[in-house]
Ligand binder design. Structure first.
Ligand SMILES: *[C@@H]1O[C@H](CO)[C@@H](O)[C@H](O)[C@H]1NC(C)=O
Ligand SMILES: *[C@@H]1O[C@H](CO)[C@@H](O)[C@H](O)[C@H]1NC(C)=O
Ligand SMILES: *[C@@H]1O[C@H](CO)[C@@H](O)[C@H](O)[C@H]1NC(C)=O
Ligand SMILES: *[C@@H]1O[C@H](CO)[C@@H](O)[C@H](O)[C@H]1NC(C)=O
Ligand SMILES: *[C@@H]1O[C@H](CO)[C@@H](O)[C@H](O)[C@H]1NC(C)=O
Ligand SMILES: *[C@@H]1O[C@H](CO)[C@@H](O)[C@H](O)[C@H]1NC(C)=O
Length: 563
């Protein structure tokens, strides 16, 4: 005998369907969400964020703050026991805008190419000082000239020494504007032009020097970008494929010369706690940011990645499979790659991994520097430029002890990306770097004969960028989608489960009663003092015991509550 009615069957089917759907949705929802992301995030001509990507600054105002180190005792440089006194002045704040020009989409290989044009507008209200403030700084041109001739013949060095002694001193007094955008004339520039190597001929015809001279409004300095749009594979979103038309640079030895990492704006969705990499065109190299923990910005929780040991150190080991060599263009020969300084460092298991490279060595490019400074001499046409975090934060303490006036702290001087992990969207970015010049003794150049060796801080900048409250609230909505999906799936599954459970309980209780032997006992147990309940049980009892065949059962009342 089968105590089933059509209604039971329908309910059972509904319950089962809900349960299956709910459970399936629990697993499928993330897939669906990822599908939505892979449709929405890529950089395409019709992308919703295209305008924002094309030109930042109109919608998201970026402030770039510059701080200079004013050298107040240059006359004491050669006195033993005296350190340079540096007084931080600023901020000199600029509104910073970037726009991408000559944007060309290449659907055939899933990339987009463009140049970047940058603008700076001085903002006197947010500045502590004016562009006419005077600064005393190390004479970068003289240091660069001395550095350039140091491997020349002694005779030529002496000649340069005489010229330097006549036209230069070790420090310069210039206004902030001259040091940055307007630039200043100097006889050394003309001299330098004569000494310039032919390979440097592609640089603009400098007639003045300034850290940002000719940079305002120019597309020259950042070079040509070729970036994956993420259309083919969302895991490639925003990844640099080529820089200046090649996937390797001339500035470092293999494999440190590889163009890789994000172009800095987009990161593929689904972030984990692995390091992230972003290519820094100003430094001609990728930089690694290490996961440090979670943080919240505008109510959104993100993963925080900071510039640390792996980029700042002088020996950071990294797995770099030999097989990767085949992806490099012919400018880096595979041979070159195999000559890379592979580590002899033993792994935990006790054998050395042939694919582990000491990245510190290939970035040293000659003489190594202490932890905390990055040698960009090669990227700056031979001027001994070194990049660090402001105030030598996270650097070898020796560096800041060489001068007076540096006080690093994590809050003001770290460089980090805060990424929303599901979408990979940067919600808060603090880009901060300091520019230093290596001052060191040059025996044949009188001006520099007895100087101490100092990584001399010149200036640093800080740029905070992040989602506005507007963007943050759209992002929060988007992020609710997976949670809403998950919770609704769970609710659907639970409803289905409850329906099935109720059916099961009822079936079970009726099965017991349908047995003639047990029926009396069961009935006693079922019947309560409550009248309606008694009535209900009667019905059920009747229903199960008096339905001998299927045809009759169809119009029976299963649920007493429906009476
Ligand atoms: C920098 O130092 C010089 C001399 O020590 C001083 O004249 C000048 O005003 C200082 N600049 C600023 C911006 O404080
Ligand atoms: C402005 O600069 C002066 C000296 O350069 C400094 O003493 C002062 O603390 C600065 N103010 C702010 C708000 O940074
Ligand atoms: C940069 O260029 C823009 C437009 O040409 C100009 O308005 C702005 O003042 C310039 N900024 C500086 C710091 O020279
Ligand atoms: C993609 O194609 C364009 C146009 O042919 C080319 O310039 C670019 O270098 C290619 N990028 C890659 C990564 O192959
Ligand atoms: C920095 O890089 C240059 C050029 O690659 C190299 O000659 C020099 O030895 C490196 N290190 C230092 C400390 O200058
Ligand atoms: C690497 O950095 C450390 C700490 O600053 C320094 O002691 C060491 O000499 C550097 N290594 C090389 C090869 O210069």
């Amino acid at each position: 005998m089968r105590p089933w009615t059509n209604r039971t069957v329908i309910l059972a089917v509904i319950g089962m369907t809900l349960l299956v759907l709910g459970v399936a949705a629990m697993f499928l929802w993330p897939v669906l969400f990822n599908h939505i992301l892979s449709q929405e995030l890529p950089i395409t001509p019709t992308s919703r964020v295209l305008d924002l990507w094309r030109s930042t600054g109109d919608k998201i105002p970026l402030n770039m703050e510059f701080y200079f180190f004013n050298w107040t005792n240059p006359e004491e440089l050669k006195i033993p026991g005296k350190k340079p006194n540096l007084v931080e002045v600023g901020p000199y704040t600029f509104i910073h805008k970037t726009e991408k020009v000559n944007i060309t989409f290449h659907p055939e290989n899933g990339t987009v190419s463009y140049f970047v044009r940058k603008y700076w507008y001085f903002d006197p209200h947010k500045s502590n000082g004016t562009l006419n403030d005077t600064l005393v700084q190390l004479n970068v041109l003289a240091v660069a000239a001395a550095n350039k001739v140091r491997y020349w013949d002694e005779f030529y060095q002496s000649t340069v020494s005489i010229i330097l002694g006549q036209v230069s001193s070790i420090h310069i007094v210039k206004t902030v504007d001259e040091m940055m955008f307007t630039g200043f004339k100097d006889q050394l520039i003309d001299l330098g032009k004569l000494a310039m190597d032919t390979e440097d001929m592609h640089i603009p015809a400098y007639d003045r020097f300034g850290w940002f001279y000719l940079r305002n409004g120019s597309t020259f300095f950042d070079g040509h970008y070729n970036v994956a749009t993420g259309e083919d594979d969302i895991a490639n979103l925003g990844i640099m494929k080529k820089w200046n038309y090649t996937d390797v640079t001339d500035y470092y030895k293999s494999p440190c010369n590889v163009v890789e990492g994000s172009a800095g704006e987009f990161f593929p969705p689904g972030r984990d706690t692995d390091d992230i990499t972003a290519f820094a065109a100003d430094l001609c190299r990728p930089m690694i940011y290490e996961y440090v923990g979670k943080a919240t910005h505008h109510g959104i929780t993100g993963y925080k990645y900071e510039l640390g040991e792996k980029s700042l150190g002088n020996s950071s080991f990294r797995r770099y499979p030999h097989s990767a060599a085949k992806y490099f263009e012919r400018t880096t020969t595979t041979e070159d790659f195999f000559h890379a300084d592979y580590s002899t460092k033993k792994s935990a298991a006790g054998y050395s991994d042939p694919d582990v490279v000491d990245m510190g060595k290939c970035y040293c490019n000659g003489e190594c520097s202490p932890v905390g400074v990055i040698n960009i001499t090669a990227c700056r046409y031979g001027a001994p430029g070194f990049i660090s975090l402001p105030h030598f934060h996270k650097a070898d303490p020796i560096l800041r002890e060489q001068v007076n006036g540096l006080n690093p702290n994590e809050k003001d001087h770290s460089f980090y990306y805060l990424l929303e992990p599901n979408t990979g969207v940067p919600i808060d970015v603090a880009a901060r770097l300091q520019v230093n010049i290596l001052l060191q003794p040059y025996d044949f150049v009188t001006l520099f004969r007895d100087v101490p060796k100092i990584y001399f801080p010149c200036f640093w900048f800080s740029m905070r960028a992040g989602t506005t409250e507007d963007l943050a609230s759209s992002l929060r909505m988007l992020l609710l989608v997976p949670s809403i999906g998950l919770y609704s799936s769970i609710i659907v599954a639970i409803v289905g489960g409850i329906v099935l459970l109720i059916l099961a309980v009822i079936q079970y209780s009726q099965k017991g009663r349908s047995h003639p032997k047990n029926s009396k006992l069961k009935r006693h147990g079922w019947v309560s003092n409550n009248d309606s309940k008694e009535k209900r049980s009667e019905h059920v009892y009747m229903d199960t015991t008096t339905t001998p065949d299927d045809n009759e059962r169809t119009d029976r009342q299963l649920y007493p509550t429906l009476n």
